[in-house]
Ligand binder design. Structure first.
Ligand code: BTN
Length: 257
């Protein structure tokens, strides 16, 4: 069982996670925060669920996570200064914060995979799904949904990238409470950096993505593209160099050729 007191002792934020909701079971923490009651309206609210019955991944995939072993949570962002310029920057903020937390607490080397996976030794330890609701062209609520594999060691299904967990990599279980607090501490700090120095976030992200410069395949729905992963542009999109041109890609599953 998640120990709220232990978590609270390690949380150093001003806003993120100060309104903290713990749920035994919800369909999806993202859906709950996006469409839920006014209880969930406060900027920085974090909803953690021990079990999701309809956990969502990118590209309409499901996110599977064994009950009570991992961290599946969402953060509500309603202050538009965090997303009005570049929503994509939030992907980078979140994945950088996850990577920093894992490295600081457990000395495990992480890499980032575009658009928003966190890898250890080429295996996926965490994924991020950002969703929003809008009125007209204005974003009203935005949620950053994070799934981090912590103490699960068996993964039965087929995955596009092989999964791993902190326990699998370290060989011993880890404490979820201090891990979540560290992640939220880092997310708050990096969110603030992203307002003042967005380019720093982009540069830090790029320096942890070893696929840049490699020959890659990008699969997006049924379209397959190959080329050199040239760069990430200011908006967080991939610049792919094919034989005759540069193409800007907004999403896709990337693998090294
Ligand atoms: C991915 O890599 O495909 C993104 C996975 C995101 C999973 C998290 S778990 C908490 C939050 N609630 C959801 O339904 N999905 C995200």
């Amino acid at each position: 069982m998640f120990d709220l007191e232990k978590f609270d002792l390690k949380l150093n934020t001003d806003v993120i996670g100060r309104n903290f909701i713990f749920a035994e079971e919800v369909p999806s923490t993202n859906s709950e925060l996006l469409t839920g009651s006014d209880l969930y309206k406060k900027h920085g609210t974090v909803l953690l669920a021990e079990k999701q019955t309809d956990g969502k991944g990118r590209k309409n995939r499901a996110w599977y996570s064994d009950d009570q072993l991992n961290l599946t949570f969402s953060i509500l962002i309603t202050e538009s200064k965090y997303f009005k310029k570049k929503v994509n920057l939030l992907n980078f903020v979140s994945s950088l914060a996850l990577a920093a937390s894992v490295e600081n607490l457990y000395q495990l080397k992480t890499e980032l995979k575009w658009p928003n996976d966190v890898l250890i030794e080429d295996k996926k330890v965490a994924g991020i799904l950002i969703e929003s609701t809008s009125k007209g062209s204005k974003i009203e609520r935005l949620v950053i949904g994070i799934g981090l594999n912590v103490n699960q060691i068996a993964f039965q299904r087929k995955f596009t990238t092989e999964p791993t967990s902190l326990k699998k990599e370290l060989g011993h279980p880890v404490e979820r409470e201090k891990t979540l607090a560290e992640i939220l501490n880092n997310i708050e700090e990096m969110l603030n950096t992203s307002i003042k120095f967005p380019d720093k976030i982009l540069e830090d992200w790029k320096s942890k993505c070893k696929m840049i410069g490699e020959r890659i395949t990008v699969v997006n729905d049924d379209v397959i593209k190959q080329g050199i992963f040239n760069d990430i542009d200011k908006n967080g999109f991939m610049v792919l160099r094919t034989d005759d041109k540069m193409e800007t890609l907004h999403s896709g599953d990337v693998s090294i050729l």
